[in-house]
Design a binder for this molecule. Structure first.
Ligand code: BES
Ligand code: MN
Ligand code: ZN
Length: 499
């Protein structure tokens, strides 16, 4: 994670290893030559030399492009990155451009950004993109090129309170997302359920957060049949972690619930080999929840947030749960397990029921829940479902502001009957068609009522595709765990605190 600094130095005098400027597509004024954005105090000759270099390189200023050129006369930096931002970029376009630039400059120690940041929200986007882009997972091999260590954002008013807050928040968010990514990228041999629980204890150490870890004995005593059932095939027993931010003057209470399958082999309903390759990432929901609660504490948000990490390893063995076994979930609902690979809903059902018992104002669960999500929405757009249109829209608005892409999906009532079992209250699989919705309809059964007797507003985020990136890196997204949903959860907590 790189350090983020603010400075009012001029682009002519800032002495760092590289300077980042924007590039917008050619306009009518100067057809053919893309426009160099930022560095208002650049000498005209320097600006046109950079524009000429851009033309020579065929740079068109489109988002996703970045070109490195040697520092020209009039600059104190030996290298300039011209990053495409397109015409009239929105915040997410700038966030991605900043990430793209920082990734292209990996190997450089110190980088200055001179992209135009007229207000705090724009500065926040650039700072976040830079912070998120400066990442590498180095537990098992050194980075080919070290992530940029220090990013200086050049602004007119470096002491402006809103500017400083934006940069501090970007640092908190980047650190949180990096924590989530590190956990997701860790090999499953090194991240048993107890290790993920220990990571939660470690993330809370030295902060105001409190953590409770339920081990297999406590889970049995507490009646957590779903988590125990999924975990019983593994030699490494399951855990439930409750991590809580409870400030003195809390405005309301949110519960975040994360799916924490440290490895999903499918269990006895074994996955094909290819389907297992990315299944170390099946704890991405729990990682996002943990990271978000930590960020909420770092930001001292005046809202109570309880994170529930439902953690188990789904393995086939002589002790594993069998298709047709019946589990008694937390709260007493019985579930016939027809497919042991539909395990996420089992651990989440327990956690949703337990979270509901505290009667929070609202619940959000985050889960790499279904392959059907990937089929429906692909690898960059997550699904959002829920029992309350107003709350679902509020989460969607938070995601939009955070720069994370979600699309609303329905919970058709008729799908509930496809989950009927002749021997239990529910079966863990229903219609194959609309699999993402069926899974959510299953989860809805475990969301409890508020004091008023109506269902607690609940949103379900299916991040199966976006949680783990296997293709080429883009924007601020690296290969491997992405940390998706962390920023949305934090934005939602901010909204709830500010009501
Ligand atoms: N963890 C998987 C879902 C998944 C698939 C996440 C691909 C990321 C990429 C989940 O536990 C699972 O196996 N779901 C099954 C459910 C089915 C058996 C009803 C699925 O989607 O195939
Ligand atoms: Mn599964
Ligand atoms: Zn799974």
């Amino acid at each position: 994670m790189s350090r983020l600094l603010l400075s009012s130095k001029s682009v002519k005098s800032v002495s760092v290893d590289a300077l980042v400027l924007g590039l917008a597509p050619a306009t009518g004024k100067r057809p053919g030559a893309p426009e160099v954005l930022g560095g208002d105090d650049l000498p005209r000759a320097t600006r046109s030399a950079l524009a000429e270099a851009a033309v020579a390189l065929g740079a068109n200023g489109k988002p996703g492009s970045v070109h490195l050129v040697p520092g020209t006369a009039g600059l104190a930096t030996p290298l300039v990155a011209l990053v495409g931002v397109g015409a009239a970029p929105d915040h997410e376009t700038l966030r991605r451009a900043a990430g793209q630039a920082v990734r292209a400059l990996a190997g450089k120690g110190r980088v200055a950004f001179a992209l135009p940041t007229p207000d705090a929200a724009t500065l926040a986007a650039v700072a976040e993109g830079a912070g998120l882009g400066a990442y590498a997972f180095t537990r098992y091999k050194a980075a080919e090129r070290e992530p940029v260590a220090e990013v200086t954002l050049l602004v007119d008013k470096p002491r402006d309170k809103t500017f400083r807050a934006a940069v501090e928040r970007a640092e908190v968010l980047s650190r949180a997302v990096a924590t989530a990514r590190d956990l997701i990228n860790t090999a499953p041999a090194d991240l048993a359920p107890a290790d993920l629980a220990a990571a939660a204890v470690q993330a809370a150490a030295g902060t105001s957060l409190t953590v409770r870890v339920l081990d297999e004995q406590a889970l049995a005593d507490g009646g957590f049949g779903g988590i125990l059932g999924v975990g019983q095939g593994s030699s490494r027993p399951p855990r439930l972690v409750v991590v809580e931010h409870a400030p003195a003057k809390a405005k309301g209470h949110l519960a975040f619930v994360g799916k924490g399958i440290t490895f999903d082999s499918g269990g006895l309903s074994l996955k094909p080999a290819g389907g297992m390759e990315t299944m170390k990432s099946d704890m991405s929901g729990a990682a996002a929840v943990l990271a978000a609660v930590r960020a909420v504490a770092d930001l001292k948000l005046p809202v109570k947030v309880t994170g529930w990490l439902a953690i188990a390893e789904n393995m086939p063995s002589g002790t594993a749960i069998r298709p047709s076994d019946v589990l008694t979930m937390h709260g007493g609902t019985t579930v016939e397990v027809l497919n042991t690979d539909a395990e996420g809903r089992l651990v989440l059902g327990d956690a949703l029921d337990a979270a509901s018992a505290e009667r929070p104002d609202a619940i959000v669960d985050v889960a790499t829940l279904t392959g059907a999500q990937v089929v429906a929405l692909g690898n960059r757009v997550s699904g959002i479902m829920g029992n309350d249109e107003e709350f679902r829209s509020a989460v969607l608005a938070a995601a939009e502001r955070a720069g994370e892409s979600f699309w609303p999906m329905p919970l058709p009532d008729e799908l509930r009957a496809t989950l009927d079992s002749p021997v239990a209250d529910l079966a863990n699989i229903g219609d194959r068609a609309g699999g993402m919705l069926v899974a959510a309809v299953f989860l809805r059964e475990f969301v409890g009522d508020s004091a008023a007797g109506t269902a607690i507003p609940w949103a379900h985020l299916d991040i199966a595709g976006p949680a783990f990136a296997t293709g080429e890196p883009w924007g601020y997204t690296h290969r491997g765990g992405t940390g998706v949903a962390v920023r949305t959860l934090v934005a939602l907590a901010e909204d709830h605190a500010g009501r």
